[in-house]
Design a protein around this ligand. Structure first.
Ligand code: EPU
Length: 305
């Protein structure tokens, strides 16, 4: 290891102490339970710590990745270079004032649903059952066919080049499962506005029941693998119609319940996962002349891309 990197890690250690790890296993931190180790893994408690760590990483040209709940994530096997950062402490908090809610980038979406139930706030029920954290959910404008997170966002705070900028929702460029937030920009928090609702708990219960009936929610998966090619055209339905439900590559299987989910049957490996993605994309293209685009985030070493 070159001397300047050693110095950089020493400086990170001074800031984080036992919250900085080397060769840290990532699979247990993902819902798919697959992937290798992070060269460096850091848990940061506030914006200042995050800013310092990211600035140090940048000074050494280290790849920086933010890990939320790892529910939409597919990680390569072996050593993943750079630093993986988890937002915790104040970056995981949620605060409410009437129908306005402030959330940290590392705050689970389930906390938002709890607030919505407790205070009968309408709007967030469309996110019921989406398991991620706010940061990742903002970047990909997470949602269901009832609506998306972007619809309730007022402002987002982003850490970029060591500085915090606040963006209004209209400037974020929310689209279907996407936003204009760039690679390397980190969502540190957002403010949302909900409406006064009636029986929000019942609506959330119904959405969760529907998901449980139609999706393999108890199994090891990364959620939907591909974006829907059009709003009313389900990638799952298209894959289903190619007859690939239950098809396996190694220990990775196209779910028998919802074809846009891949299941890790146990000991699944990255190469099989991407090979299965390729097979599915080709079969859907052959049958429908439609190109499926990945919805999942894929983490590989830059030089292996
Ligand atoms: N369908 C099939 N076979 C399948 C899957 C679906 O025929 O294997 C049919 C269903 O019967 C239904 C239609 O396709 O008639 C739509 O299915 P579903 O309601 O499950 O919705 P989806 O479009 O497949 C989207 C989101 C899900 C979200 C659901 C529920 C995307 C890519 N997917 O799926 O989000 O949970 O709506 O609102 O936008 C995710 O983002 O990770 C995710 C799972």
């Amino acid at each position: 290891m070159i001397a300047s990197i050693r110095e950089c890690i020493k400086s990170m250690k001074k800031i984080l102490d036992e919250r900085l790890y080397m060769n840290y296993p990532l699979a247990p931190l993902t819902s798919l339970k697959m992937g290798g180790q992070a060269e460096l893994y850091a848990i940061v408690y506030d914006v200042e710590e995050l800013r310092k760590i990211v600035t140090l990483a940048m000074s050494e040209g280290m790849k920086t990745r933010i890990l939320g709940k790892g529910t939409n994530l597919v990680i390569q096997n072996g050593l993943l270079n750079g630093i993986v950062i988890r937002l915790s402490g104040t970056l995981k908090e949620i605060k409410r004032s009437k129908n306005r809610i402030g959330m940290g980038g590392g705050c689970p979406l389930s906390f938002l649903l709890k607030e919505a139930i407790t205070f009968n706030l309408d709007g967030a029920e469309v996110l019921a059952g989406i398991p991620g954290t706010l940061g990742g959910a903002v970047i990909m404008n997470a949602g269901t066919n009832q609506g998306s997170l972007g619809d309730m966002i007022e402002e987002v705070d982003i850490l970029t080049q060591g500085k915090i900028k606040t963006c209004r929702a209209k400037d974020i460029g929310f689209s279907y499962r996407g936003s204009g937030i760039k690679n390397g920009e980190i969502v540190i928090g957002a403010r949302l506005k909900l409406n006064s609702g009636v029986d929000v708990k019942e609506d959330i219960k119904k959405s969760l029941q529907k998901r449980r009936l139609t999706q393999p929610y108890r199994e090891r998966s990364a959620g939907c693998i591909f974006k829907n090619p059009e709003e009313d055209l389900s990638a799952g339905k298209l894959i289903d119609e190619t007859g690939l439900k239950g098809f396996r590559k190694g220990q990775i299987e196209v779910s028998k319940k919802h074809a846009n989910f891949f299941i890790n049957l146990g000991g699944g490996i990255f190469d099989d996962f991407v090979c299965l993605m390729d097979i599915v994309q080709k079969r859907v293209y052959q049958k429908f002349r439609i190109e499926l685009r990945p919805e999942v985030n894929i983490w590989v070493n830059e030089d292996e891309k």
